[in-house]
Design a protein around this ligand. Structure first.
Ligand code: ASP
Length: 442
């Protein structure tokens, strides 16, 4: 049996355990398709309220969770040699996954040519002026990139905390956690304080999850019911390219990475994280799913040391699904406007997609905001590409749901690989459904 079939079966087995969330998801799709928002606006205001309440509830725990997990994760690793080793491995595996993602996306976009049929949607005189802009843009790109990187260093940690600005916040917390680890015994009480916060946050997450099936139902219904079906015709090749690339990443690249770099059976890991995958699909948010990702991975044997270090950082920095979508979207628009896609330009787009995706917060829709960084990088602005952008936005939520599934899954894949490499994975727990269930009931 092919690995992708095994992965599908594993997911279905995992879903069996979490059937209530899965039923919520399916019902949400059905309601969205058969009872669209235009016909039932009142019902949708209720659904919007429920969906918003669920998202708010899970986002409520994200900041305490991220801060406490990173502080525990980094200070538990303790000695600086091990920290460097774990950190290097994390960057290496996240890097490999993202490089594969953008390469795959570029190849698929070149083969499928999603923008070629969409040319008719824009005026030829506009595309002429755009081609000129692309030529003289290198200087512009450099200026912008340095500004973006400067913005990642927080001047005031409390300001980024209150704004929920995840990348600068994580940078500050990570530096602070390394300092705590270096301070030794004297920092013990501070770390113990964050351990209590982590434990209490996990309790709150357990309570919130009682509401998950209803929340996922409302979120899916709202997403499907609002975008309407006609839009898919105009943009069908773009969607096909994205779904194929994300599908290959999910069903082929992740299992292959697990097989090449670890002994972790892909099917076991996919079954273990199926609950997180469904919530990622419903919420379109890696950060909101993070509590679930951590719970699923820890319950199935990945040590707390690895989970609390690798997963929070991954939920903000590792966005390979987003990188795939951004690469295909930029190539789609470039093809639409008739821009000559030279190998150098393609390389530049892929590289910028790696940067743009990792500056993305793990919340819905940010992938389409940071995509402007790639356009700026190649000398274009969103205003110039307004038709292309509008098309991207029409299917944004739908695409976001799928790319977030990849973003979340790849975090768990990298956590599992590192846990295996470092002997931090309890294989008995990973394989035995009973022991996991026992823990669930405890
Ligand atoms: N929604 C994505 C995530 O949370 C980010 C994005 O691509 O917009 O992972």
């Amino acid at each position: 049996m092919g690995i992708h079939m095994q992965v599908i079966i594993a997911l279905l087995l995992g879903i069996k355990r979490n059937w209530h969330i899965f039923i919520g998801l399916i019902l949400g799709v059905l309601v969205g398709v058969f009872f669209p928002q235009e016909l039932y606006p009142k019902a949708y205001s209720v659904l919007n309220f429920v969906a918003g309440a669920f998202i708010n509830l899970i986002q409520m725990v994200v900041i305490p969770l991220v801060i406490s997990a990173i502080i525990i994760g980094i200070s538990n690793i303790g000695d600086s040699k091990q920290l460097t080793k774990f950190g290097t491995k994390m960057i290496l595996y996240y890097g490999i996954i993202t490089v594969i993602a953008v390469t795959l996306a570029t190849v698929i976009a070149i083969i499928i040519k999603p923008g070629v049929n969409a040319e008719s949607l824009i005026r030829p005189d506009i595309s002429e002026s755009i081609k000129e802009y692309v030529a003289g843009a290198i200087q512009y790109q450099q200026d912008n990139l340095s500004e973006i990187f400067l913005g990642l260093i927080p001047k005031n940690p409390f300001e980024v905390l209150s704004k929920g600005d995840m990348v600068p916040l994580i940078l500050f917390v990570s530096i602070f956690a390394v300092a705590l680890a270096r301070c030794g015994e004297i920092s013990r009480s501070v770390v113990a304080f964050f351990e209590s916060i982590f434990a209490a946050t996990m309790k709150v997450i357990d309570w919130i999850m009682y509401f998950a099936s209803v929340g996922v139902f409302a979120l899916t219904a709202v997403s499907v019911g609002t975008f309407g079906v006609e839009v898919f015709n105009d943009i069908s090749k773009y969607l096909a390219a994205i779904l194929i690339a994300l599908g290959i990443q999910f069903f082929i690249v992740y299992p292959s990475m697990l097989k090449i770099f670890s002994k972790v059976p892909p099917t076991k890991l996919f079954a273990a994280i199926s609950e997180a995958i469904m919530v990622a699909f419903g919420t379109a948010s890696s950060s909101a799913t993070l509590p679930l990702t951590i719970t699923c991975c820890e319950k199935r044997g990945i040590s707390n040391r690895i989970c609390s270090f690798v997963l929070p950082l991954g939920a903000t920095l590792n966005m390979d699904g987003t990188a795939i979508v951004q690469t295909i979207a930029v190539i789609f628009i470039a093809q639409m406007y008739g821009i000559d896609l030279t190998p150098l330009l393609l390389f530049e787009i892929s590289l910028l997609a790696m940067i743009a995706s990792s500056t993305c917060a793990g919340i819905p829709g940010t992938g389409l905001i940071t995509i402007t960084l790639i356009f700026n990088g190649i000398g274009l602005s969103a205003q110039q590409l307004v038709v292309g952008f509008t098309l991207l936005f029409t299917v944004e939520r739908f695409v976001d749901m799928f790319r977030t599934v990849c973003n979340v899954t790849s975090d768990a894949v990298v956590a599992a690989i590192i846990a295996d490499n470092e002997n931090e994975l309890d294989y008995e727990l990973l394989s035995s459904k009973e022991s996991a269930d026992k823990i669930e009931k405890a």
